[in-house]
Ligand binder design. Structure first.
Ligand code: ADP
Ligand code: ZN
Length: 728
């Protein structure tokens, strides 16, 4: 097929409107290449699009509109178009929405913005001052490197007018250069560590896969602190040697800063960074440099998967089990699965790193679909913490108290020895429920089916569903009683209050994602804690992820049963992963750690598996259960959420779909529901869910599309389809 079009072209356009097809345009003057980024007219607006193929040619091209211009960026590669197409087909997402993921660069079509830079010139100033001398010396020290006006003045310790004066004399030269500049070179051997025998074996395996330039996925499993990161950085090093690009995905923005520092220590320079906290200017630079192959390594959030890599050789998915890899940002996709898809198209390597892999990945390794390398012991003298249950039935706790006497003794011992304790409670805010003691009503969100959570630190009630917040009322919104509202149950803020009362001398730090404005503030706080600035750390899920606190020797899990409530089939898996991750925080250096789990049900199979540290047994039992129920990974699931303002209409639509199940029945799929969705009301809209369960090897997406295509969505009714839902 030819890949240059002179007359007409089919263009995929990026819009926010639902638009389920490619559009025909006349080619611009001078034609356009396949994959070219173009600007096209769409209604009264101009939008960005990508040339997707030749025009269809069965109508009069003189009557259709013309591509306005071809943008000055590298065309989208075949591989990327193929990726977007396949990812769209898998997630049942139309191309215009996929394209939005791939073009998230502000000012994509603008000419590169310029900036003035300064360097040593030829001229001699007629009058030499101290300040002028310092500027010239700074320029000489920099060699060929050049700085902006402000940077140069600052490093020379002079005002900008001194530099400007020197420009007039010709001693300093002023030049215009594009603002989007490349990243400093990373060197594969810069800060290489000596690996243990175990680590070296694992690294060699990854390097081999990387050097093969063939697609391969490796599950890198190892307890927290075993050196998984050190090992996969060897795969990054190999990618650098092969002159291919590498992408490292992290589950949490808060981890990025720490990670960038680590890359700098290992490869001599900081890599590119991509997530929602990165400024627009910087994002634009990243996008362009990635497209030009001038960003060797990108560290970022899942949306980085859609960057226009020139020659991607490696994708690392760190903490691959983390549920934040699947979240809605317009398109419902699981970054782990999409990483595998993109790599398989490219012939690249995927490394899935985790101490507690997802059941799916574990199963894929068991069946040989993925390779597996295991690091079985912690690096250095660190040993796994001892885990014990504190059976809460036998602990005599006053009301509004959550730290048992046994846990209190353990914390006191740590404080005496100058060690740190972590109290883990996966609940943000002060109290999960605010109850009126006069009428018994709980304060709920006006827009959702969720309870408002008291945040004393913010002095507000907050809905964790939609983010709505309001001041804490003094009278009950239901009955009007005064001073009768009472918090029920603990959140981390309330736990901190109790800890302060029980340990008046202790320095307490609360780590919860909503208490820190920026990733930088959080980073500062985490570094201070690592340096010993707190005796007791109180935290939510945030602390389970990747941080390193050398003085931490005790983890107390306030409510180990929390995740086991509810009907979610994945609850056991999640609890198991979370508890092990949290426990993994303790004793990462020489001192042996201890993890105490407060539980009311010590005989629960999940709690027993955690205590025994018997992972194999846990996985086997979970897999057996799923196999019997024909649930993933042994069957397939899709969730269909219908929403609208009128609950009866939403249910009618759900019932209609459930009755007209022909296309699904044909492939052996069954429908459950309609039922109220797990979150039945969000922002004033009612949500109803249908679950579709299908055998493993059917064309589920096509059947779903046929099935859903039977109805027209009228008024404000919406449908979203979630392939492989995380909760069911
Ligand atoms: P994981 O990713 O499995 O949690 P890390 O790679 O973060 O483990 O390693 C835990 C700690 O041990 C880190 O501080 C790391 O730098 C250190 N470490 C691991 N392996 C080595 C090694 N071979 N040489 C020096 N330090 C190491
Ligand atoms: Zn709400």
């Amino acid at each position: 097929m030819t890949s240059f079009f002179e007359e007409n072209a089919l263009v995929a356009v990026q819009t926010t409107q639902p638009l389920d097809r490619l559009l025909d345009y006349r080619a611009p003057e001078g034609g356009c290449h396949l994959g070219a980024f173009v600007e096209v007219p769409l209604g009264p607006r101009k939008v960005i699009g990508v040339v997707w193929g030749p025009g269809r040619g069965d109508f009069d091209y003189s009557k259709i509109r013309q591509v306005i211009r071809v943008l000055d960026v590298a065309p989208m590669r075949d591989e990327m178009r193929s990726f977007l197409q396949k990812a769209g087909a898998y997630t049942l997402t139309p191309m215009h929405a996929m394209l939005r993921l791939a073009t998230r660069a502000p000012g994509l079509g603008d000419p590169p913005s310029m900036q003035k830079i300064y360097r040593l010139g030829e001229g001699e100033p007629s009058r030499m001052t101290d300040a002028r001398r310092r500027v010239l010396e700074t320029c000489r020290d920099l060699g060929g490197l050049s700085l902006t006006l402000k940077e140069l003045a600052e490093s020379a310790g002079v005002t900008t007018s001194v530099v400007k004066g020197l420009v007039k004399t010709g001693a300093v030269r002023e030049e215009q250069t594009p603002r989007d500049t490349g990243y400093p070179l990373l060197e594969p051997d810069y800060g290489a560590k000596e690996l243990t025998e175990d680590q070296e074996k694992a690294a060699a395996h990854l390097r081999e896969g990387q050097a093969s330039k063939q697609y391969n996925t490796v599950l890198l499993k190892g307890v927290t602190g075993s050196g998984k990161t050190e090992v996969y950085l060897e795969a990054v090093a190999e990618a650098l040697r092969q002159r291919r690009q590498a992408l490292v995905l992290l589950p949490e923005i808060a981890l990025t800063a720490e990670f960038l520092t680590r890359i700098e220590a290992r490869f001599g320079a900081k890599p590119a960074e991509w997530h929602s906290g990165v400024t627009m200017t910087e994002r634009r630079r990243v996008w362009r440099m990635v497209a030009q192959g001038q960003a060797q390594v990108v560290v970022g959030a899942r949306s980085a998967l859609f960057l226009p890599f020139q020659r991607l050789g490696l994708v690392v998915v760190d903490e691959e089990h983390d549920t934040s890899y699947k979240q809605d940002d317009g398109v419902l996709y699981n970054a782990r699965d999409m990483a595998v898809l993109r790599a398989s198209i490219l012939g690249a390597q995927v490394v899935l790193a985790s101490a507690t892999p997802s059941l799916e990945s574990w199963n894929n390794a068991e069946t040989g679909k993925y390779d597996r390398v295991v690091l079985s012991s912690r690096y250095g003298p660190a040993i796994l913490p001892q885990m014990r249950a504190i059976v809460m039935r036998s602990q005599d706790l006053p009301s509004n108290s959550w730290i048992s006497p046994a846990l209190k003794r353990a914390v006191s011992a740590r404080i005496e020895r100058g060690e740190q304790s972590l109290l883990f409670l996966n609940r943000r805010g002060y109290a999960p429920v605010t109850l009126c003691r006069a009428c018994g009503q709980q304060i709920g969100c006006d827009h959702c089916d969720a309870r408002m959570v008291e945040h004393r630190f913010l002095k507000r009630l907050v809905c964790h569903q939609c983010g709505e917040s309001k001041p804490i009322p003094e009278t009950c919104p239901s009955c009007g009683a005064e001073d009768k509202l009472a918090p029920v149950g603990p959140g981390v803020e309330r736990l901190a209050e109790e800890a302060q009362a029980q340990f008046p001398e202790a320095r307490i730090a609360v780590l919860s994602s909503d208490l820190y404005g920026t990733a930088r503030e959080l980073k500062g706080q985490i570094e201070a804690i690592a340096d010993g600035a707190a005796d007791i750390i109180i935290g939510t899920q945030l602390v389970a992820k990747g941080h390193n606190f050398p003085l931490l020797t005790l983890v107390g899990v306030i409510d180990a049963d929390l995740g086991l409530q509810g009907s979610d089939l994945r609850a056991a898996e999640r609890t198991f992963q979370l508890m092990r991750q949290v426990a993994g925080r303790a004793g990462r250096s020489e001192r042996r750690g201890e993890a105490l789990l407060q539980t009311f049900q010590p005989e629960h199979p999940v709690i027993r598996a955690i205590l025994a540290g018997n992972e194999e047994a846990f996985w086997k039992a979970e897999l057996d259960e799923r196999r019997v129920a024909a649930m993933p990974p042994f069957g397939r699931l899709a969730g269909i959420v219908l929403s609208g303002e009128d609950v009866a209409q939403v249910f009618d639509l759900g019932n209609h779909l459930a009755r007209h199940d022909g296309p699904l029945r044909k492939v052996g799929a069954v429908i459950y529901g309609p039922a109220p969705a797990p979150i039945a009301r969000v922002r004033g809209r009612h949500r109803v869910r249908l679950l579709v369960k299908a055998p493993k090897d059917v064309m589920l997406q096509r059947a779903l599309a046929d099935w859903a295509g039977q109805v027209q969505l009228k008024g404000d009714l919406r449908m979203s389809i979630d392939i492989d839902p995380q909760s069911f």
